[in-house]
Write a protein that binds this ligand. Structure first.
Ligand code: COA
Length: 234
């Protein structure tokens, strides 16, 4: 049976989207508290052009969303958790004057609408923003969503290396690698309540080749390089 692809419109988030986003976060992250309207209003007020929703054109439902802010990376380190990178979802640390890194605080698609290309459409809109603002890169903590199935057999780092080599599939990290992200580090306690990743994330980056200098690629850990045949443009 073939399904017609949904007609999806990507636009910036508006206050009337908040109830749908809150419900979406409840469905996607049943193990933690959902977003609340105070956080979403703060994100939208502080950096409106960095907040995106994917709208199903026929039903007008919110099928996905992304939330981003600009950070000055030197103010943080690889071990920083989601709460500190986002000021607990309030984005008051947004620093468009000194920052060159678009931090992806959230990207989620309704469970019923995943694997239909919606995440990729939001991802494209985000990259267009990075290019328009002349930012150096996108960084994010990519949840190791299937790690709970392997945690009794291997470390999170071994798991990530197997996903990079294509020996294991992770619904979040495999997708991000396919989108051209590179793993910088594997970090615990990023989302302590996440029962799927057990709190572990891969810190990932995508570099804007239009503005990057060779030094911006330096310091990458070769253990996290993709095999040549799987390597993406970044
Ligand atoms: C990660 C996430 C945002 C991806 O969104 P999505 O809309 O499913 O993404 P896409 O549909 O663009 O791509 C997902 C996969 O579907 C495939 N796909 C896309 N369109 C497809 C289609 N029409 N038919 C079949 N497969 C398709 C993609 O190639 C990709 O494959 P991969 O998993 O092998 O890499 C989504 O899975 C999600 O919300 N996860 C839970 C929240 C989360 O973990 N977010 C990330 C926080 S770090």
């Amino acid at each position: 049976m073939s399904h017609a692809p949904p007609r999806i419109v990507i636009r910036n988030t508006r206050p009337d989207d908040f109830p749908s986003i809150i419900e979406l976060s409840r469905q996607v992250y049943p193990f933690g508290p959902p977003y609340n309207a105070i956080q979403l209003a703060s994100q939208q007020r502080i950096f409106p052009e960095g907040q995106f929703v994917a709208i199903d054109a026929s039903s007008q439902h919110v099928a996905g969303m992304a939330a981003t802010l600009i950070v000055r990376w030197d103010d943080y380190d690889m071990q920083t958790n989601w709460r500190d990178f986002t000021d607990n979802g309030m984005f008051t640390n947004h620093d468009p004057v000194r920052g060159r890194t678009l931090y992806s605080a959230e990207l989620m698609v309704s469970p019923a609408r995943q694997r239909q290309g919606i995440g990729s459409r939001i991802y494209e809109a985000r990259l267009a923003l990075v290019k328009r603002l002349g930012l150096l890169r996108v960084r994010a903590g990519g949840r190791l969503r299937n790690y709970h199935r392997y945690a009794d057999r291997m470390s999170a780092e071994e798991y990530v290396i197997k996903v990079i080599r294509g020996e294991l599939h992770d619904p979040t990290l495999s997708y991000q690698l396919k989108c051209g992200y590179h793993v910088l580090a594997v970090v615990p306690n990023y989302l302590p309540k996440d029962t799927e990743s057990l709190g572990w994330v891969a810190i990932i980056e995508w570099i804007n080749g239009e503005v990057a200098k060779p030094d911006d690629y330096a310091g990458r850990d070769a253990r996290f390089d993709a095999p040549d045949e799987l390597r993406q443009q970044g």
